[in-house]
Design a protein around this ligand. Sequence first.
Ligand SMILES: [Zn+2]
Length: 127
Amino acid sequence: MHEASLAGGILQVVEDTARREGFARVTVLRLEAGQLAGVEARALRFALEALAPGTCLQSARVEIDEPAGQAWCMACSISVALPQRGDACPQCGGYQLQPTGGTALRIVDMLVEDDEPIHNQERQPCV
Ligand SMILES: [Zn+2]
């Protein structure tokens, strides 16, 4: 499943960041999966939840924004809404469209927290 490998990639980035910045867990993970990114947000969430146990995403709330697709129509020289790749320009019906928005899958933001500083323990990376 496509979304499973994407989820693995996201988890990798989160864990690399956790190691670099020394936080223990993620409380909120905000992702952007544009309508043109070719990602099914629900499947991505499901894949992330399947991977989360035992990682710093274990107790994270995953929020996925799905910005609408946008494209530049070369014939009309305007920016138009593009709900799906392969759709025609709603203005002229042409196909000279260059996607400009809603194409990304990325991590927008993470809210993180450290372990409670009891016992003066060395901070453990979350992995
Ligand atoms: Zn057009």
